[in-house]
Write a protein of this length. Sequence first.
Length: 545
Amino acid sequence: MPHYTPLIATIVAGFTASFIMGAVAMRLRVSPIAGYLLAGVIVGPFTPGFVADSNIANELAEIGVILLMFGVGLHFSLKDLLAVRRIAVPGAIVQIATATLLGMGLAWALGWDMLAGFVFGLALSVASTVVLLRALQARNLIETERGRIAVGWLIVEDLAMVLALVLLPVLAGVAGRGGGGGSGTSAIVTPFLITFLKVGTFLAVMLIVGRRIIPAALHWVVHTGSRELFRLAVLAIALGVAAGSAYVFDVSFALGAFFAGMILGETPLSRRATEETLPLRDAFAVLFFVSVGMLFDPRVVIEQPLPLLGAVLIIVVGKSLAAYVIVRAFGHDDERAVTVAASLAQIGEFSFILASLGTGLGLLPEAGRDLILAGAIFSIFLNPFIFSFFVRKRDPAEDEAAAPAPAAERPHVVLVGYGRVGRMLAEGLRAQGKPLILIEDDADRIEAARAAGVDCVQGNGVDKRVLEAAGIARAGGLLIAVPEGFEGGAIAEKARALRPGLRIIARAHSEDEVAHLEKLGVRQVVMGERALADRMLTLIGAAPA
């Protein structure tokens, strides 16, 4: 068989270039998304050297879009939105409208028609979920009031973009029939009515049938005990519902995947579904960003510097200033307004989807797509610096999750991780009456721990500030319950630097992880398989002959 195929070459080139450029971006303290986009530029047709197959890249990008939207649906939280609905809903709508009008103004100045300006402005109005969450997490702001407003604001933006993905093809159809005869009103109204009927039917099927079949199917798979089958079931649901929604109801892949994720996110198995599919979702998301980068012509930076500057100013200044004014108008303080404004000073995945869809439908010129991609790269690169300059780090006094002082006078135990092992450890420590502070970076697990009465600090245990917030300096011991031994080693190193001589107990899954932890000075390492074997030998030895 031939050793070269376009599919393999495209995947290898995409992953290799993404790894190199993503690592460079991380080194520069920039979101790796900027690196993935530049990787696409490197393997794209507008730069010298190897050129990946654009058709194959686009097919892979479609899978990336489906899995990205499935992930958005999995993480969609109606509760988080309702908690800040009074500011997030009207604020996001007004901000989207403002940015869209600014984009339409720039498009008008460039001589584009109104529909092109509308798509262009809409693409500039929506921030990247990934970039926003990483920026807030880096400054430990997710659990603060200003962080919750920013996240709720983004949820509204995402919902608006999902609606836009449904309506843009209808707008393209209406615009394409402009020269035909007949009633102008019916030519416009009829396609919208047909689309809303199709979408309404799809939603009814998903909410009435899907909410019963999807959870039941997953529960059946869980009871088979096969992790591999569960992973396949989740992927089949994501891809199957997306494809079915497109072929049966004529709605977008993105909408189908979003609702599949949203329904699955309501079930108790959502966490496991998220964990099992995350590696594949991340891989295809990278290929999606690479395919987007391949569409970007770097010559736009030289040939259209002023339009590019205008697009970047709309993203970084225009819509952020609008968000700042809106938040202040609703009576919130300057700090919350600045945090929300800085969070939105970038664009990302939805912008790329809109740009590609608009270009494919003939609504947006390729020059507009290039400006959107260039604006995304520049804004993602600038966002960390904007945050560092304008946004203050979390003050423990403003956050309910800041390190609570244990009630007991004796030193408390710091527990890192609230998965299956961490949950049992927390229950055991509380049963023994030992004071405990949990470190966990997952919001749902934090909520579950607090419901169980556990004092929590949200964040990554590798972060020095998080360890300090958990009171590591006065702790009597550290239990590292995260499943990855090498990550546990990094946590142990940071903890020992803050408190030399601290007793640390960690878990591991392999001899290599045990050796790594012991090399770092962790003398008590529990390897799951070894502990199981010891316990089983003890039981067989104690059993009657």
